[in-house]
Design a binder for this molecule. Sequence first.
Ligand code: TIU
Length: 226
Amino acid sequence: MKIDAQPFTFELPPGRTALVIIDMQRDFIEPGGFGAALGNDVSLLESAIAPTQALLQAWRARGWPVVHTRESHAPDLHDCPPAKRDRGQPALRIGDPGPMGRLLVRGEPGNDIVPALAPLPGEIVIDKPGKGAFYATPLQQALQARGVTHLVFAGVTTEVCVQTTMREANDRGYDSLLVDEATQSYFPEFKAATLAMITAQGGIVGWVASLAAVLQALDSAAPGPA
Ligand code: TIU
């Protein structure tokens, strides 16, 4: 299946392409979470929800693999390096109690994926202590077990967890495409720079396509897992 993309056509193998939704959590998207504690205007991320939902519906309709990630730490914070917890002067630090529970701690309300994108049984959910989703997680084994060779990315934030994971994926041999409308940053100029960095030099990290281009390619092919 061919997708009109930058810097050139992305060849998407049906059934072997996972949708990877990075960290669409209340902690980053809603007021009172980790993103807000870092001083960000979290309302900037909301526009990524509906496009990501459209991708999710398309993948679910075809029975293709879906991965949801959550940036999160164990309640005792053993997987949160002091360098991460102590960085800067945030209003609240990782593990501190906030209006949605302890920041970035697994199982707390703020750590949940936003309701519109809640995982379904059978979908892969990866709790990740780092910015990259391959670091210290079973993601690669889960993809290999399902025969996944290509990744389509959505999620937040573009230049932090999404870009880090795309770079990790690139080094592991995955062809990766980021969907423009389905990713957002607290810094619009960083999103723009990231899209340019990914596609420069002949796709040094991967591809970027519009939501319409992805959905058009999917709709023009017969649905089905193979
Ligand atoms: N702060 C910021 O832009 N992002 C993160 O801390 N994590 C993710 O990108 N998920």
